[in-house]
Structures are given as C-alpha cells and as structure tokens.
Design a protein. Structure first.
Ligand SMILES: Nc1ncnc2c1ncn2[C@@H]1O[C@H](COP(=O)(O)OP(=O)(O)OP(=O)(O)O)[C@@H](O)[C@H]1O
Ligand SMILES: [Mg+2]
Length: 497
C-alpha cells in the first residue's frame, strides 16, 4: 500500500471560521487503491478538510497537489474533473427524483453531456450497479428507499463520475451492521479498481476492519498517521481524545420495584405485534434488533408518533392515548428521535435557544416570566456537561460540527426531567469521549429515579449501561437478556440470531 502512487496530497492546510481554528497546518496524503480513515473527535476538522479537498471551502493557507499539479484552492468543478467525489454526512440526494435520475445528476452537472435521456440514465445506473453487484430498481423514487439504499445510490452516483478518490463522511452512521456488510463489499470492489477511499467513522471496530492507513486529527492538527498495523484500539483512542476511555459495564443495583412504564401487548399491523414489558423507576432498559426489526417503531408508538391498534401503554398507571404525542408528553415521556437533524433541532437558531427549547417551563418563575440568568446558567452547565465545542452559545447550531449538533439535541432532552426518557440511537455520530459522557448522564438520570429506554444497536453501549436488554425481531419481542447475562457476546449473538 505504501508503494502505491499518491493521488491527492494536502500540505499545511489552515482554516478558521471567525474565532474557531478548524484546521491548523494539516497534512493528508492519499494513495491509489487504499482505504484511508480520517479519524478525530467531534469538531476536530474532518468535514472541513473534506470540504477543502472537494473545492467546497477555500483554505486560508496551504496547498493541494493533485495529478502532479499544485494549487492553493480547488473549485468544485475542478475537483470533480480530477475524479474527486464526496458522499456528505447528509447524502445530498434528491428525494423526489428516481434512482437513475439521481445517479446521472452530477454527470450532467459536470457538463460532459448537456442533457441525459432517461434511457441513458437508466443504462448508466445499471452499469454502475452491476460493477458493484447491487440490485436497486433504477425507476424507484428515492424517497421510497431505506437510508441504507440511499447511501448506496449516493455511492453509485459518485462512481458514475469516474471516481479516483471517494470521500465518505460517516457513511455508516445510519446503517446497521448487516448493511454495513454491503457497504464493505462495495468498498473492496472499488479498491480493487484502484480507487482511493477516504472515510470518516467514530466506530473503532469499523476503522480497524476497513482501513489500510489512518490519519488522526485533534483540534485541527494531525496528531498521528500510519498504517493500520501501527495502531491498536488503545493507541487509537489515545490519539483521538488524548486519554484512554473504558467501556466498562457500570449499572447500579438501585432499581425500584415500582413499575413506571407499562407496555402491555401493543400491536401496529405491519410494524410490530404484542409487545409487552414493564420498566421500573431507576431502570435502564435496552431495546435492540436489526434495522427494520420494528425496534424504532415500538419507540415511536410509545411516544405517540405511530398509533397502536391494540394493547395499552401507561406511565405510573395512567394510560396514554394511542397516536397522541401530547398525551405521552403530559404523562411524562421525553423522546430523543433517531432522525435528529430533521426532527429535533432548529439549525438556524442559536445553540442556547435549542438547548432550552424543551425545558423552558421549568426555567420560568411562578408568573411564567423567564429568568435570563437561570437560562444562561442552565445553558452553560449543559455545554460543560456535554463538552460542546462552541464559539459562543449565541451562534447558530448550523455552525457546529455534525457530532456537536447531535449533542445539542440530546442535551436539550437531558435538560428536562421526565418520568420516562426514551432515546433512539443517542450516540450515533458522537465521538468516543462524549459517548462516555452521554452514557454517564443516563446513569445519573436513572439514579434520580427516571426510567430510561435506550434503543440502540451499539452492543458495547447497551452492555455498558443497561440493566436488561430486550430483543425485537420481525416485529416481535423474542428475547430478554437479564442483568447477570448481559455481556457483549451474549447480546451480539442473541440480537442477530
Ligand atoms: N460554517 C462554519 N461556521 C463556523 N464554524 C464552523 C463552520 N464549519 C465548521 N466550523 C467549526 O469548525 C470546527 C471543525 O468542524 P468540522 O465540521 O470539520 O468537524 P468534524 O471533525 O467533521 O466533526 P464531527 O465528527 O462532529 O462531524 C468545529 O469547531 C466547527 O464548529
Ligand atoms: Mg463532520
């Protein structure tokens, strides 16, 4: 791998946004046919570096070498013509167009042919899919596809453009491990063709399974670079956050006998059937299963986003009306949805506003007046607890890095004091240091007597905090792993069987 020719090189890149020094003298070297992991904590500058190498942002200083030419700034069209393609954190596809139209879209934008016929688009799509051994209907509308399929469409679009360097900014956050398998196959097919793949991931297992080489960024600086064999889990974590982080199982024995959340044989046709469990005060219950198993829909139903047609859900003995979010909220349920960037946040509003959006009533005095000092203190405390990397709390959420945006949504719900806290994939896209911080906050919430329902497919995370783990398969609750049996091996084995 180290003998392969360098296809793209960045040297001494600097970039600031106002007072935030996003990149400081950063170097990156990409070789043909390698899988290169760009690693780093939230806000360390990974997405910024990718934007600079794809011509979306201009660096303040530094140079970029591509195909033997050196430049101080790439244009978007220039980078595409050099074979650089990017799959962004948000995919940037068009939901109301078909698969084929999406795949052919940027080949048209790049200007090779002014107009592409539907037939040509379909043929191009089929050729690309064949190369990657994929089978997605080119005529399907994108909005009809799963997130995993959309991801693959984004890759097809990149490949339709004679890609030489493919950047994937957190390609697997929305996928579960079986879909990640398909992505891995696609990556090896591309690699065999000499395409360089640069990917961002916060999952260490994945980094080791995929990468040939790793570059680690911390606070905008490159702190480590080398072949994958030069790292192990501990040294990678140390490079990422400057310290070790253990994923120990720490669960309190302090669960009360009193039932808080009672889910009694609820069904929603086509989604899940006869789901029953009882969660107690101070208990953290994990709900896991493959994507499509119904685990997310069960959570949605508990919070009233999806109606259940039979059965009942109660908090402290009071029934919640099916399909009624207001009734779930007044019963004391808070919900952190999985699709946080569209459901949970106001991107163009201030970080501070977003953080207090859900807890506003507790910050008002008896007359309903808001107390600015209390709000400010609450915001500062959350920023500190979640180690949010912010310039000022008054900046818009859109100025934050992807992982810091996620943490704002989680922080907003952690600031409330519900009876039941339901979280769907709360640490997806969050780096390893702040993941530990979020899990610790969940333990503290439970210690205050709150009942926590954690929907996740991150096995080490479930094992680290959950008293019990429930497994959903094809819409049914098929297994319950009791506290004394909760281990990484047991949960992994029983949730995929
Ligand atoms: N448009 C912008 N305006 C202001 N600050 C920005 C902007 N874009 C990025 N930043 C800041 O630059 C820093 C690096 O952000 P970047 O998005 O590159 O991080 P990242 O490594 O991709 O993190 P994550 O893992 O959370 O996605 C962050 O502190 C971020 O707040
Ligand atoms: Mg990012």
């Amino acid at each position: 791998m180290t003998d392969n020719p360098v296809v793209l090189r960045a040297r001494g890149i600097d970039k600031s946004y106002g007072g935030v020094h996003a990149l400081a003298d950063a170097d990156l070297e990409i070789r043909a046919g390698e899988v290169h992991c760009l690693a780093g904590a939230n806000g360390s500058g990974k997405s910024t570096l990718i934007k600079i190498l794809s011509g979306v942002e201009a660096p303040d200083r530094g140079e970029i070498e591509i195909a033997g030419t050196v430049t101080s700034k790439l244009s978007v069209v220039g980078s595409i013509s050099h074979g650089i393609q990017v799959i962004y954190q948000d995919l940037s596809l068009f939901p109301n167009l078909t698969v084929a139209e999406n795949v052919a879209m940027t080949t048209r934008v790049a200007g090779r042919a002014r107009i592409i016929s539907i037939t040509a688009a379909r043929e191009l799509t089929l050729t690309v899919m064949k190369r990657l051994e994929l089978d997605i209907d080119p005529d399907a509308l994108l909005e009809e596809l799963s997130v995993a399929q959309r991801q693959l469409v984004a890759i097809c679009r990149a490949i339709a453009n004679d890609v030489r360097v493919l950047f994937m900014d957190e390609p697997t956050t929305a996928l579960t491990w079986n879909e990640v398998g398909t992505l891995f196959q696609v990556v090896s097919a591309l690699k065999a063709d000499g395409v360089a793949i640069v990917f961002v991931s916060h999952k260490t297992e994945e980094v080791f399974a995929l990468s040939d080489r790793i570059t680690v960024l911390r606070n905008g600086k490159v702190v480590a670079v080398g072949g994958v064999a030069e790292f192990d889990r501990d040294s990678l974590v140390e490079a990422l956050i400057g310290r070790q982080e253990l994923e120990e199982r720490i669960v309190s024995s302090d669960v009360h006998d009193s039932p808080v959340l009672e889910v009694n044989s609820i069904s929603a046709p086509g989604l899940f059937a006869e789901i029953s469990f009882t969660a107690h005060a101070g208990e953290i219950i994990g709900l896991t299963g493959l994507m499509g198993s119904g685990r997310s829909e069960v959570a949605d139903a508990i919070f009233g986003i999806i109606p259940f047609t039979s059965g009942r859900v109660a908090v402290d003995g009071h029934d919640i009306r099916s399909g009624d979010v207001a009734s779930a909220i007044s019963a004391g349920i808070a919900y952190v949805p999985s699709d946080r960037l569209t459901q949970g946040i106001f991107l163009d509003q201030a970080i501070s506003r977003n953080l207090v959006a859900s807890s506003i009533s507790s910050l008002a005095n008896k007359l309903g007046w808001l107390r600015p000092k209390a709000i400010r203190a609450g915001v500062d405390k959350l920023i500190d607890e979640l180690s949010l990397k912010v310039g000022s709390p008054d900046d818009p959420v859109s100025s934050l890095s992807g992982g810091n945006q996620q943490r704002v949504v989680i922080g907003k719900w952690l600031a409330t004091n519900p009876r039941v806290l339901v979280l769907n994939g709360p640490t997806v896209g969050v780096d390893i240091g702040s993941k530990a911080a979020i899990l610790q906050i969940l333990r503290e919430k439970a210690a205050q007597g709150i009942t926590v329902l954690l929907i996740s497919d991150d096995v080490p995370e479930l094992v680290s905090v959950c008293h019990r783990v429930l497994v959903v398969r094809r819409g049914r609750l098929v297994d319950e792993i009791a506290s004394q049996n909760v281990t990484v091996e047991a949960v992994r084995e029983r949730s995929i069987a």
